[in-house]
Design a protein around this ligand. Structure first.
Ligand code: AMP
Length: 489
């Protein structure tokens, strides 16, 4: 794409990932819809920390508030913003994203517009792989885009659809879309939830008395005292109105490919996704890792917080003591948020410190959930040596991350993924450990009890570990991964 293109989504590098990690939440049938949504978004803060937004509908009008920063800073229960978010229907969105080239406030979801049939608001978790192409043709034929987000394409397709009802218009729009999406929408006094046909991102339906809720993860239902009813099936659309919940499956069925990285890192450990508790999945992966790559050691040390459940599982399975050799400062964001490599290095220092009392003179095994660029590992290994560890081994509770994600997890391009550039032995030298092992892909699936995995009928998307992308990529995206080879595994 020419870098001088006036449209920001068309001029950004399509090979550099799309930087969308998000959480969505929706409520139908409560006078406190906005308060419940703010609480739900707060529980989903780990899915996106850059910005948050809530749109409500009161039967006549839509109300919206969107702001940069955390949910707690912008949606306090008694704040004037919350007072004006009236209505019994609400949707909300947490955004984790680098801004486009336009006003950052215009990038914050939910997007809402006045269309021919009335108001329509939409929030999206996932990433669309053919948005650039659709956007270009929509612009050519007169659509005026407000943001650089791929999600806005859906709004324009809904606006242009010739179908009669809003739900038919939405289905019509989504049939033109490729990629990963879990959506919550408000239109025509209805709350609508949809999962893409592969079901890459999660979406769960919950209930609290007469109120229905939709959330990216079950932890967001817990916080409002709602009961999880069920997870939406891949390709399912639910329409919630005053008569209850109506479900349809409007898309051609395809194999289900839930994102396995939700278990590895992304979801909160207290959530249940796709019928499995994330905490137990992580512990089981840690235990399998210990079976696959056991090493004699005095202490298992988790890299907090994401490595803790796997380290517990590893310690239990290897009958080795577990201790907190690294203390985390919780008042800084995730290291990944920093846009530059320099920024990342600094934030690792800000986030983790060694606890010499737990590691001095010990042969330790560090357990983390993943290595992406290698920045965290390098820093932490040095910390452990400086704190007097006798040996430092590292075990990683996911396979090597060799491929970027195009479906909604913020992984960098392949040239920045250390496992795409180096062998395990080279990484081991690079980060300065005495030994390094990653869990195998099969080990990971054994751990999450997917023992009947049929390679011809995969149940998960594991493209970040295998390069097996379940949804067609635009030609530039697939060319990228071919040109870099398959990495180190
Ligand atoms: P790195 O320092 O680049 O190797 O990143 C590894 C660390 O980032 C691990 O400790 C993970 O917990 C965390 N991590 C892995 N994937 C992501 C992601 N998509 N977003 C934010 N953090 C991540």
């Amino acid at each position: 794409m020419p870098s001088s293109h006036p449209d920001p989504i068309l001029q950004r590098d399509p090979l550099d990932g799309f930087h969308e990690e998000c959480g969505v939440f929706g409520v139908f049938g409560s006078d406190e819809a906005s308060v419940l949504t703010a609480l739900g978004l707060h529980a989903l803060q780990h899915r996106g920390q850059e910005a948050a937004g809530i749109v409500t509908f009161d039967g006549h009008s839509f109300h919206a508030h969107r702001a940069l920063g955390h949910v707690g800073e912008n949606f306090g229960a008694d704040s004037p913003q919350m007072q004006q978010l009236r209505g019994h229907v609400a949707i909300g969105h947490n955004r984790y994203s680098t801004s486009g080239n336009v006003d950052p406030l215009m990038e914050i979801q939910p997007f809402s517009s006045e269309l021919a049939f009335g108001g329509f608001a939409l929030a999206h978790n996932g990433n669309l792989t053919n948005a650039g192409r659709l956007r270009a043709s929509l612009i050519e034929t007169g659509s005026l885009f407000q943001s650089s987000s791929d999600t806005e394409v859906i709004v324009h397709l809904v606006a242009r659809s010739h179908q009669d009802s809003v739900t038919d218009r939405l289905v019509d729009a989504l049939k033109q879309i490729e990629g990963a999406y879990s959506l919550v929408c408000v239109a025509d006094d209805m709350l609508i939830g949809v999962r893409d046909p592969h079901g890459v991102r999660p979406l769960v339906l919950g209930q609290r008395e007469n109120t229905w809720l939709l959330a990216s993860e079950s932890c967001a239902l817990d916080i409002v005292g709602a009961t999880p009813v069920r997870e939406l099936d891949p390709g399912e659309m639910v329409v919630i109105d005053q008569h209850g919940v109506h479900s349809t499956k409007p898309f051609q069925p395809v194999s289900s490919r839930f994102c396995v990285f939700e278990y590895v890192y992304f979801s909160r450990p207290d959530s249940v996704v796709e019928g499995r508790g994330v905490y137990h999945a992580r512990k089981a992966i840690g235990a399998e890792l210990a079976r696959e790559s056991h090493i004699e050691a005095d202490m298992i040390i988790p890299v907090p917080d994401s490595g803790v459940p796997a380290a517990l599982g590893y310690a239990e399975a290897s009958a080795t003591p577990f201790d907190l050799g690294i203390i985390r400062n919780h008042y800084v964001g995730r290291t990944f948020i920093q846009p530059t490599q320099k920024g990342r290095t600094d934030s690792v220092k800000l986030k983790h410190n060694a606890n010499p009392a737990a590691v001095r003179g010990k042969r330790i095994v560090l357990v983390d959930d993943s290595i992406v660029r290698g920045t965290t590992s390098r820093k932490i290994v040095t910390m452990m040596r400086n704190a007097g560890a006798a040996e430092v081994h590292m075990r990683i509770a996911s396979p090597p991350t060799t491929h970027p994600c195009f479906y909604g997890v913020d992984t960098p391009s392949q040239d920045q993924l250390i496992a795409a550039q180096m062998s395990v032995e080279q990484i081991s030298k690079e980060i300065g450990v005495d030994s390094l092992a990653f869990i195998t892909v099969d080990g990971m699936y054994r751990a999450i009890a997917d023992i009947n995995r049929d390679p011809d009928k995969p149940q998960f998307c594991d493209a970040c570990f295998t390069g097996d992308y379940p949804i067609q990529l635009a030609s530039g995206l697939s060319a990228k991964r071919v040109s870099h080879g398959s990495g180190s595994r």
